[in-house]
Write a protein that binds this ligand. Structure first.
Ligand code: GLC
Length: 552
C-alpha cells in the first residue's frame, strides 16, 4: 500500500514528513552542473527508501535566476535549464505512483523584473493601468529624488528603485522588499489576485498536491505605504499585516474545490507563535513552518519554550505544527549546533558561522535534534542533505558566490550559498555522482573534499551513519501509532532534559543538560541518536525513543 492509499488520506498533511528538494543542487541529469527534473526523477527511489511522505520543490519556473528562481518570469511553465512541462508532468505521475506527494513553491510577493507585466509597466509609463499591478510611486523631495518611504529591502538598502521613463527622464520609483530585480506586485489589484488563483489551478489541475508560499507574510501592505519608523512588527506597514489573511481565505477555497486534498505551507517569519497561528486558522492555510524551533539555540529551556508556545497556539486553531531545522536560506544546523549556543536568534543564523566550531559535536546534536523533531506532534520538513549530516560550506571562494545577498550587502554578508552546495551521491571526488560521468560542466557550486565520506553510497548500510538514523526514524515513525499528528505530555526530568510521552506507549528523551540522564522507567529503547551509557543512561547531546508503559 502506498502512502497515497492510506486511510488517513484526507489528512495526510497533518503528520507528513516532507523532503525539501533544492532542485538546482539535488541531482544533475543532463551534465550541465545544475540539478534538474531528470536528476530528480532518477533519484525518486532514494526518497521512497528514505521514507518521506512528500517533496517540496523550490521554484522551477522560467526565471533570470537572479535569486535562484525566486524571481519568476512565467508562473505556468518550467525553466528549460530544469526541463520541460512534459517532464514535470512525468515527475508528478512517477512520484504519485511511488507514494510521494509533490508540493511546489509559489512566489506571490514579487515577480521577476523580466516578467511580461513588469516590462509592460516600464514601457507604459506613469499613470498607466500597466503600472497598477506593481507599487510605483513618485519620489519625495525636490525633483522626486528620494524614495517614497523609508522601507528597506532584505539586504539592507532602500526597498525602492527609481526607473528611467520611456522619454528618458528619471521617473517613478517601484517597491521591492527583496532585490531590485524582484518588484513587489500590488495585491489590492483584482487582476493580480485572479492571475495567482489561475496559477494555483494550473498546477493543481496537473496533480500538484500543494504549495509552499514564499514570504507569505508580506503580500499585503498598509494603505498609503507610510514610513515604517523603527520598523517593529506586528504593526509594520509591510510585514504580517492582518489584511494578508483575506488572500489565504481565497486560496483555501481554490484548494478545497478539488476532491483530493491540496494543501499550503506558509513561509512566514513572524514575531510570535500567536501571529503564526493566524495563518493556519481553519479557513486559511493548512500548515506554516515553525521558525521559532529552527532558530532556537541548543538549550533546553529555549527549545521547550518554542515547542510549548507552538503547541498551545496551534491547538487553539486546530492546526498541526510544522517543524523544521534547516532550509535553503539558513545556515545548516549541523554547523550551527557546532557552536556553543548563544542566546541570540536571527533569521538565517549566519552570524554563528566564523566562530570556533566542533563539527563532531554539531553532528551529535543534529542526530539528537532529528529524533526530537520527528517525535514532536505534527509534520516536519527535512532539507536535502541534512539526512547526510552535511555541514554548511563556510569557505566557498568569493568568486563562486551566486546569492545576490553577497553583492547587495556590499560584500559584508556572504549569503546563502554555503547551504546550497550540490549533494554528494557517491565517493570518488567531485562531482560525487551529482552529475553524470563526463559531464560538460562542474557543479554550479564546488563541493568540498571532505564530503567524500558523507556521500549517500558511503553512508548506505552503515548503521552508525546519519542516513541510516534518518531511515530508521522515518520507518519507526510511519509504523508507530503514537507518532505524527497528535499531542504530547511532558514527563518529569532533570534540568536540561526534555522528556515527553505520546500515546500510546511512546516516549522521547533529549538530553541537552551536559550530564548523563536516566531514561524513564519501564521503557524499552526503540532508537537512540548515539551510544547509551552501560546502565541505559542518556549521555549529553543524545536523544532516545522509547516504547512501553510510560509513566510520569
Ligand atoms: C524566501 C525564499 C528565499 C528568497 C526570498 C525572496 O525567503 O526562501 O530564498 O530569496 O523569499 O523570494
Amino acid at each position: 500500500m502506498t502512502t497515497l492509499d492510506r486511510p488517513e488520506g484526507a489528512t495526510w498533511w497533518r503528520g507528513a514528513v516532507v523532503y525539501q528538494v533544492y532542485l538546482r543542487s539535488f541531482a544533475d541529469g543532463d551534465g550541465d552542473g545544475l540539478g534538474d527534473l531528470a536528476g530528480l526523477r532518477a533519484r525518486l527511489p532514494y526518497l521512497v527508501a528514505l521514507g518521506v511522505d512528500a517533496v517540496w520543490i523550490n521554484p522551477w519556473y522560467p526565471s533570470p535566476m537572479v535569486d535562484a528562481g525566486y524571481d519568476v518570469s512565467d508562473y505556468r511553465s518550467v525553466d528549460p535549464r530544469y526541463g520541460t512541462l512534459a517532464e514535470a508532468e512525468a515527475l508528478l505521475a512517477e512520484a504519485h505512483a511511488a507514494g510521494l506527494r509533490v508540493l511546489l513553491d509559489i512566489v506571490p510577493n514579487h515577480t521577476s523584473d523580466q516578467h511580461p507585466w513588469f516590462r509592460a509597466a516600464l514601457a507604459a509609463g506613469p499613470g498607466s493601468p500597466e503600472r497598477e499591478r506593481y507599487l510605483f510611486r513618485p519620489g519625495r523631495g525636490p525633483g522626486g529624488d528620494e524614495p517614497p518611504n523609508d522601507w528597506t529591502n532584505v539586504a539592507g538598502g532602500a526597498a525602492w528603485t527609481r526607473v528611467t521613463e520611456p522619454d528618458g527622464r528619471p521617473g517613478e520609483w517601484y517597491l521591492h522588499l527583496f532585490m531590485p530585480e524582484q518588484p513587489d506586485v500590488d495585491w489590492t489589484h483584482p487582476e493580480v489576485r485572479a492571475d495567482f488563483a489561475k496559477t494555483l489551478g494550473f498546477w493543481f489541475d496537473r496533480g500538484v498536491d500543494g504549495f509552499r508560499i514564499d514570504v507569505a507574510h508580506s503580500l499585503a501592505k498598509q494603505e498609503g505605504l507610510p514610513d515604517a519608523g523603527h520598523g517593529a512588527t506586528p504593526g509594520h506597514p509591510a510585514w504580517d499585516r492582518d489584511e494578508v489573511h483575506d488572500i489565504y481565505r481565497e486560496w483555501r477555497a481554490v484548494a478545497d474545490a478539488y476532491p483530493e486534498p491540496r494543501i499550503f505551507v506558509a513561509e512566514a517569519w513572524v514575531d510570535r507563535p500567536e501571529r503564526l497561528a493566524r495563518y493556519v486558522r481553519p479557513d486559511e492555510l493548512h500548515t506554516a513552518f515553525n521558525f521559532f524551533f529552527l532558530t532556537s539555540p541548543w538549550r533546553a529551556p529555549s527549545l521547550r519554550q518554542a515547542i510549548d508556545e507552538t503547541l498551545v497556539e496551534h491547538a487553539a486553531v486546530g492546526a498541526p505544527p510544522t517543524w523544521v531545522l534547516s532550509n535553503h536560506d539558513t545556515a545548516r544546523h549541523r554547523s550551527r549546533y557546532a557552536r556553543e549556543p548563544g542566546g541570540e536568534r536571527g533569521v538565517n543564523l549566519r552570524h554563528l558561522l566564523g566562530r570556533p566550531a566542533d563539527l563532531a559535536r554539531g553532528a551529535r546534536r543534529a542526530r539528537a535534534a532529528a529524533l526530537l523533531m520527528l517525535a514532536l506532534p505534527g509534520g516536519a520538513y527535512l532539507y536535502q542533505g541534512e539526512e547526510l549530516g552535511l555541514p554548511e560550506v563556510e569557505d566557498l571562494p568569493v568568486e563562486v558566490l551566486d546569492d545576490p545577498v553577497w553583492r547587495r550587502s556590499g560584500h559584508t554578508d556572504r549569503g546563502r550559498d554555503g547551504c546550497r552546495v550540490p549533494i554528494p551521491w557517491a565517493p570518488g571526488g567531485p562531482p560525487y555522482g551529482f552529475s553524470p560521468p563526463a559531464a560538460a560542466a562542474p557543479p554550479w557550486l564546488p563541493q568540498p573534499p571532505a564530503w567524500e565520506d558523507l556521500a549517500v553510497a558511503v553512508q548506505d548500510g552503515d548503521p552508525a551513519s546519519m542516513l541510516e538514523l534518518y531511515r530508521a526514524a522515518l520507518r519507526l515513525r510511519r509504523a508507530h501509532p503514537a507518532l505524527g499528528d497528535g499531542t504530547l505530555r511532558w514527563l518529569e526530568a532533570p534540568d536540561g532534559v526534555l522528556a515527553f510521552a505520546r500515546d500510546p506507549g511512546f516516549a522521547c528523551v533529549v538530553n541537552v543538560s551536559g550530564r548523563p540522564a536516566p531514561p524513564p522507567t519501564g521503557t524499552d529503547v526503540l532508537l537512540a541518536s548515539g551510544p547509551l551509557g552501560p546502565d541505559g543512561a542518556v549521555p549529553e547531546d543524545t536523544a532516545v525513543w522509547l516504547g512501553g508503559q510510560v509513566g510520569g
